[in-house]
Ligand binder design. Structure first.
Ligand SMILES: O=C(O)CCC(=O)C(=O)O
Ligand SMILES: [Fe+2]
Length: 209
């Protein structure tokens, strides 16, 4: 897949946001949901608080309990072709998306306002199951925000880069139907430094994922 396909388009709002519908077909979506469901996801934990969504990471993981950034299990085989397609969609070099996060949002779960951690640069998400709205906001004053919203069709892909990734926050309101997502991330310059100078002297993250 390339970014030049007819069903990919630039969306209005903050720059750096791009979406593509029909990134997966219905069979691929079912297979991906089944693979996520059997991947041993665990409730997301943040400083003693437990969220409703369930997650697991590959390649690298960011531990929100201890603030640590560490190697995780390598990508499972089923994820590698999706990672390759996500890189092509985003115009990234093969192997750039070194981290994958699987999320299952049961009914009533969402994700609060946040920016992804600064160890990461480009973020490429695949949306599965219920249609969702990616809410976006950018602070313009002490209590004022610019707001935007991006509809995420099932089986679609989105890229967060540049302005929307760095200057805007994103979140998804709790939903009435279950949703699953696959988020791939590239390392930022900070992430590359941290992975080069880790406590165990790890070299740069492997290019095989
Ligand atoms: O489920 C999604 O598509 C968004 C996930 C997300 O924003 C994150 O994990 O940082
Ligand atoms: Fe995020």
């Amino acid at each position: 897949m390339t970014a030049r396909q007819a069903d990919l388009f630039e969306v209005p709002g903050p720059s750096g946001l791009r979406t593509g519908e029909k990134f997966l077909n219905a069979n691929e979506e079912s297979a991906a949901i089944a693979a996520i469901d059997s991947a041993g996801l665990e409730p997301f934990r943040f400083q003693g608080w437990t969220g409703n969504r369930r997650t697991t990471s590959y390649g690298w993981r960011y531990d929100f309990e201890d603030g640590g950034f560490a190697r995780a299990e390598p990508f499972p085989d089923w994820l590698v072709p999706l990672r390759d397609r996500a890189e092509a969609f985003a115009g990234l070099a093969p192997g750039a998306l070194v981290q994958a996060l699987l999320i299952h949002y049961p009914v009533g779960a969402g994700i609060g306002w946040h920016r992804d951690r600064p160890v990461f640069e480009e973020v490429v998400g695949i949306s599965l199951g219920a249609p969702a709205r990616l809410r976006l906001r950018h602070r313009t004053g002490p209590r004022a925000f610019d707001r935007a919203e991006q509809f995420l069709a099932p089986r679609s892909v989105y890229l967060l880069s540049g302005e929307v990734r760095h200057a805007w926050e994103h979140g998804i309101a709790p939903m009435a139907q279950p949703r699953w997502s696959i988020t791939f991330r590239a390392l930022s310059a900070l992430g590359l430094r941290q992975t080069q100078n880790g406590p165990d002297g790890d070299p740069r993250p492997g290019r095989t994922g």
